[in-house]
Every structure is written in C-alpha cells, then in structure tokens.
Design a protein around this ligand. Structure first.
Ligand SMILES: [Zn+2]
Length: 462
C-alpha cells in the first residue's frame, strides 16, 4: 500500500480483486458484512447469488469429507459464494469466501453447517470442555494437597513426620522437668549447655537401641522448656514430641493459667498446636493434663474440658496423669460429653489402679491404657507383665502403651540430679515379655504400632 499505490476503492479492476482474497480469507469471518469491503450493505456489487448448487458447494467442501460426515449435498437458499462463480454483469469474481459467513436466516443454517469455518468452529466446544476438565483436575490436585492428612502424621520438634518413617516410640518420658512449682525461684531455668551435657548421652543411648521417637510429657506447671528440647533433638537426631496443656493438680498450675477463661485456654492450646510454642517454631504434638488422686477438682475439669475442645479442633491426643480408675472413668465421661472420641485419650499411670475391670472397660471404650512405670521398680515387672497379658487376652492388645516415665534433668539440683536411663524397656523388659510367651508381632504392636497410632494427629474434626 505504500509507494503511492492506491488504497482499496471497491471499483478496482478484476485483477486487483483477485489479489485480495488471499489476504482477507483468514480474517473474513470476524468481519461483519457491513464492514466487508464488498458487502452488499455497503452498496457495492449488489447482486443476488442464487446459483448455489451442489457443484458450487462441493468446491467449498470436498466431497470426500462430506461423505465422511454423512451430509448429502443439496440445494439451498443460502447466498451463493459469489467469488466462486462469475457474476453475470458483475466485475469479475468475488473477493472473499462468502460461504464462510454465518447464516443470515434460518434457511441458511444447513449450508452453513457444511462450511469450513463451521467445521473449524465445531472444535471450540470440545476445547471448552477440555479446559473445564483441566481446571477441575487442577482444583482437585490443589485441594487434596491443601487438606491436611493428619491421620498419618506425628508432630515432633522437627515438624510433622509420616507414620511410615517411625518405628519404636517411648510414649511417656521426661528430659527436663522442674517439680518445685512455678513460684519457686529459678523455676524451669538452667544452663542449656549443662542440660545438653547431661541428657545428650542418655538420649543417644536409647536412640542406639532403635528408638525413633521419645514423647516428653513435661507440660506447663512442671517446667516445660521447649528450646532445650529442640536443641537436644537436633544434636542427637532423636525425634521428640512436646505437649501443650496445664498440669492442673495440686499447686502446679501457674496463676495466669488458672485465671484464664475456658475459651482462652482452648485458643491458647490450639495456637501452640498449629502455630508453635513461645516463638520457638516448635509445635505441640499432644495435650498433657493432670488430675488429683481421688477426685477431679473444678480446675482440673476446666483444663480437661478445654483440652477436649482443642483436641477436637486439632486432632491431637490428650494424655492425663490419673492414678485412680474412678477418676479415669469420670474423665472419659466428660470427654464424651465434649464429643471427643475416646481414642484421643490416654490414661497415664494406669498401673496405679489395681482393679483391672476398669482398664478393660475403658479400653473397650477406646481409651489407651498406659503402663509407664517400667524400670522404676524392677521387682514389679512380673505384676506389670501379668496386667499386660490379661489385657491382651481380653482383646485389648491395640490399646496398650508401654513406657518408663524415666529421665530427667532437675534444674534445682547439681548436675540435674540423678537420671534414670531410658533403656530398661527395650533392654530388659521386652526380653522378659518374650520369655513370658508374647510373640514378636505382639511386641511390635505394643512398642511401635500402638504409640504411633495414639500420637498421630487425627483428621480435622470440625
Ligand atoms: Zn511423667
């Protein structure tokens, strides 16, 4: 169009017209007839083209393809593709592929269906469908990634770990504990380097035995110290699970936690489970509470109920220091009132209750029965083994947890006091269990399967 060539006038010679179709054919469809340079609406080349015969259409749509689509050529009133036939009295051949234009009337529709543009446009709905399917598929992938699958995870100081990567678990031990009470001078404080010096060899020893996870049951009120636990986990490679919750019995609960309202306590526990503890980035893996020896005091009930709500929201398990069977039953009743499934409850120190009927009754309701004084008094081993075998014989093999309540560094004493090693269970007690007749599979269930299932985060329940 440059170099002085004339712009398109519509009255050009036939030779000029023939040059145009190649340029315009591809863009003709988007143009409305009013904008087409030779459109009848613009008043040029106004000539009816009713010579739209089979022969003409067969030049637009090859016969082979027509047969394939099962369409039979026929006459139609659709305006003729003027560019394909000479127009008597007209100026040469048409400028574009008029047959590609959408039908103007209802009668045009059949001819329109045979056109090239129509056939090309038939791919469009399929494209839309494919795009929608892709979007749905992507949404499903994103959703499945976003939904937490907590039924297969354990929350440790190093973050969540899949259950398949976990073997032996000690479900109730202590590493750093201060029983002097929250008002004692220097409560919960110690030189971290000294704690590591004392406790690291003990943890390495139990890791060498094959233990993967140690559950640290020290909570608020008895000296929980998450930063030193996280450091020991890093230095030893042993996975450690830490709790949230308040040790409510006696005078262990700090005043600030006693005064918190129920919804505040629940919110605080949920925050420690989901976001982390005291800015350390370490998330709590369960809730630890405590009850009095022969009753459940109002404050203990408050901690229990708020723990139930937090557990229901997050899927963690509640472990309660409870030495009385009657109190354990009362706790189970309250948890059911709070709509918490009882497989989210561990009866800690159950060996202190002599009436095994309560153990069986609670196990049947789903409660985990923890025997956690192993190694504390070796002369009691036979009695503990008898209890374990009785529970297994009555169908509660999947509810039993074994641990030692061993450790720990006492911040009020020189060198952290006297520590009890963590190795008695696997080194001494398990061989005694085998000698008593328990098979290897049962021992694996008691030391691997049950504890990791108990502490695995259950699916979100809200
Ligand atoms: Zn304990």
């Amino acid at each position: 169009m440059m170099n002085g060539s004339k712009p398109f006038s519509g009255r050009s010679s036939g030779a000029e017209f023939k040059a145009e179709p190649a340029k315009t054919a591809g863009v003709l469809f988007p143009l409305t007839p009013a904008l087409s340079p030779r459109s009848p609406r613009r008043g040029r080349n106004i000539r009816p083209c009713f010579d739209n015969t089979t022969e003409v259409r067969s030049r637009v749509l090859p016969k082979r393809k027509t047969k394939k689509r099962g369409l039979q050529p026929q006459r139609s009133n659709f305006p003729a593709p003027c560019h394909l036939s000479p127009s008597p009295g007209g100026e040469g051949w048409g400028e574009g592929k008029r047959s590609d234009l959408p039908p103007q009337t209802h009668d045009d529709s059949r001819n329109w269906q045979t056109s090239r543009v129509y056939r090309q446009s038939r791919g469009f709905p399929h494209l839309v469908m494919k795009t929608r399917l892709c979007v749905v598929f992507l949404l499903l992938v994103v959703t499945s990634c976003a939904v937490p699958r907590h039924g297969r995870l354990l929350q440790t100081t190093d973050g969540p770990v899949g259950l398949s990567r976990i073997g032996l678990v000690l479900p109730h031990e202590h590493i750093f504990t201060d029983l002097r009470g929250p008002d004692a001078p220097g409560y919960g404080q110690a030189d971290a380097n000294d704690v590591v010096r004392v406790m690291k060899p003990l943890l390495e020893e139990v890791k060498a035995q094959g233990v993967d996870v140690l559950v640290e049951c020290t909570t608020i009120g008895v000296g929980r110290n998450v930063s030193v636990l996280a450091r020991l986990a890093k230095e030893t490679g042993l996975r450690i699970v830490v709790p949230t919750g308040v040790y409510g019995r006696a005078n262990f609960a700090p005043k600030a936690y006693k005064e918190m309202k129920e919804h505040e306590l629940t919110r605080w526990m949920i925050k420690e489970i989901r976001e982390g503890i005291e800015g350390t980035g370490v998330k709590a893996g369960f809730i630890k509470i405590a009850s009095s020896e022969k009753e459940l005091k109002p404050l203990e009930q408050k901690f229990l109920r708020t723990a139930a709500r937090a557990a229901r929201e997050t899927g963690v398990v509640i472990a309660s220091h409870t030495t009385s069977g009657d109190v354990a039953v009362l706790q189970a009743d309250i948890l059911e009132e709070e709509h918490l499934p009882l497989d989210r409850f561990i009866w800690v120190h159950s060996q202190a209750e002599p009436d095994l009927r309560i153990h069986k009754q609670l196990a049947a309701r789903g409660v985990y029965i923890e025997i956690d004084s192993i190694g504390g008094s070796p002369k009691d081993d036979e009695k503990l083994i008898a209890t374990i075998k009785e529970l297994i014989a009555t169908g509660h093999r999947n509810r039993i947890l074994l641990s030692q309540d061993a450790g720990w560094y006492n911040p009020g004493q020189a060198n952290g006091g006297q520590q009890r090693p963590y190795t008695y269970l696997l080194g001494t007690f398990v061989p005694k269990l085998r000698a008593s007749g328990l098979d290897a599979e049962t021992i694996r269930i008691l030391t691997v399967e049950n504890p990791r299932r108990a502490f695995a985060l259950a699916p979100w329940r809200k």
